[in-house]
Design a protein around this ligand. Sequence first.
Ligand SMILES: Cc1cc2nc3c(=O)[nH]c(=O)nc-3n(C[C@H](O)[C@H](O)[C@H](O)COP(=O)(O)O)c2cc1C
Length: 232
Amino acid sequence: MSEIARRSEFPDTRGWIRALPARAASAPAFEPAVSAPAFDPAPTPQETFLRWLTDAVEAGIAEPHAATLSTVDPSGMPDARTLLIKDVTDDGWWFSGDDRSPKGRQLDTAPAAALTVYWRELGRQVRVRGPVLVGPLEVCARDFRERSVFARAVASTGRQSEVLADPAEYDRLVQERLTALEHDPEFVSPHWTAWCVAAGTVEFWQADPGRRHLRHRYRRKGDRWAAEELHP
Ligand SMILES: Cc1cc2nc3c(=O)[nH]c(=O)nc-3n(C[C@H](O)[C@H](O)[C@H](O)COP(=O)(O)O)c2cc1C
């Protein structure tokens, strides 16, 4: 086991945080090799992403489909939160939530976002940026129905991120929704939304122990993808 940097052993917070190990030196090589100037990525970022997601699944990474979604509010103030990627299609990267939530309102006024995935154990990051589109009603409804009954009950009480002034009242409302859903299992919240980041750029980043990190960026050019390597 590597040495643990204990906070109490450092004179100040900065010293402790600076001592935390950055990238594991044992990051696996990007195929065929990180040091190779050229490599053989898939023709589309979706395909490369799904290959990397497969690697993350096979490596046993918990919640390998978790991503950070960044948006901006009407004043231009950025916001970000973790959520789960629900699908990857030719159209882009899909996620879901309530359109009355802060993220929903932000996407309504500024329909663009960035999704960031970090698979620490593999030394890999993916950055997806682009306009955000609201999915068709049937896609939103399918996503809602695929949620557990409890998740549907919570989602349809629908005041996500508002101040919880009365926790007991909230628990009562969720119980009420649970009972209602048992009687009406086909119910779909009209606010539940599947959004798609229609990527304009997608960057794949692979750590290299020698800091010759590999960065491969796809850029959408009409209906095809152009790709380029970036300075680390
Ligand atoms: C691992 C993980 C997965 C999550 N998945 C979702 C999700 O799929 N959809 C969602 O709306 N919130 C999800 N959340 C909760 C969000 O991070 C966030 O708290 C919530 O969406 C409210 O965000 P907002 O106030 O910016 O709208 C998840 C949180 C975590 C930690």
